[in-house]
Design a binder for this molecule. Structure first.
Ligand code: SF4
Length: 305
């Protein structure tokens, strides 16, 4: 099992997006303590045979020692990616990581409105253009809500003009935090409209389209399968010292000395229930093999260096 960890380095953020389900904003944290906790976690993950790490937040590029953390994880031979809102152009990080996940919510006026910042769209395009120029493996994530659910076609133009974008994730807004306050959740009809467009989008772009919403949803589940195997990233929330598999409502405090994270998926009751409920789907053969192809591609690049 190619285990993957998503590490929430910080809850601090330079945006206050309408759809933010964790209500992230500017906040103060003990950076030195969180840095040390992250180093400890990386050591533990290496021991537990984790091969991929994604740093996220809040906005992970606001974490002052992120370059050191990326270098540290890479020294353990891990595939390292970041998830960014694109507000900070940090070339050293973009050059260093194996993959970049970047949020885009639609054309400029819609993106800027959802992000509540008039420079946000220009900033992501600057980052995307740079990533394109160095052919960095890039994953676009669009969080669908009731302002942008009709703008999926926009993704086609953007991906075709940035061929470094190799995966597009369509996430559904989570009805929590500021998203809940702002009532921007999709109704059933809007969601059906999104699903109906997916095949067409995939055809046009020839890209892998990955749905990330609730894993109880059959559509999502299918797209998280690796043929017969499954890949659920494990989320580690550094400031709160918690981990969770599916959503933060089911989080648990962690103790790095006591638990073998390599066993987390088979030990987790929730995970077992999902396996049981979706046995039929798992046994079907034609799953989109996103994570595997991604892993092989990056691994291939690394060997050539
Ligand atoms: S959605 Fe992301 S970028 Fe926006 S406020 Fe929340 S953490 Fe920050």
């Amino acid at each position: 099992m190619n285990n993957k960890a998503n590490i929430i380095l910080t809850h601090n953020c330079n945006l206050k997006c309408l759809h933010c389900y964790i209500d992230a904003k500017a906040c103060k944290e003990d950076l030195e303590k969180n840095y040390n906790k992250t180093i400890e976690l990386i050591d533990k993950l290496e021991k537990d045979n984790f091969k991929q790490i994604m740093f996220t937040g809040g906005e992970c590029l606001m974490f002052p020692k992120i370059v050191d953390l990326i270098k540290y994880a890479k020294s353990k031979n891990m595939i390292v990616s970041i998830f960014t809102n694109g507000m900070i152009f940090k070339q050293e990080v973009l050059d260093l990581v194996d993959m970049v996940n970047i949020s885009v919510d639609g054309p400029d006026n819609i993106h800027n409105y959802i992000r509540q910042n008039e420079n946000s769209y220009n900033n992501i395009i600057k980052v995307l253009d740079y990533l394109n120029s160095i052919d960095k493996y890039t994953i676009l994530q669009m969080t669908i809500n009731n302002f942008n659910y009709n703008n999926l076609d926009y993704l086609v133009d953007l991906t075709l003009s940035h061929l470094n974008v190799r995966t597009v994730k369509i996430a559904c807004v989570i009805d929590d935090g500021r998203a809940k306050e702002n009532s921007i959740y999709l109704d059933k009809e809007m969601l059906e409209n999104v699903y109906a467009k997916m095949d067409n989008l995939y055809e046009k772009t020839k890209y892998h389209i990955q749905f990330v919403t609730s894993l109880y949803n059959k559509y999502d589940f299918e797209n998280y399968c690796l043929n017969e195997k499954m890949m659920f990233p494990i989320w580690f929330d550094i400031p709160n010292e918690k981990y969770y598999l599916l959503n933060d409502k089911l989080s648990t405090n962690y103790d790095l000395n006591k638990y073998e994270f390599k066993n987390i998926q088979k030990d987790n009751l929730l995970y077992k229930n999902i396996l049981k409920e979706n046995k039929e789907i798992i046994e079907r053969e034609n799953y989109i093999d996103i994570e595997k192809s991604l892993f092989e591609l990056i691994g291939g690049n690394r060997n050539e260096e």
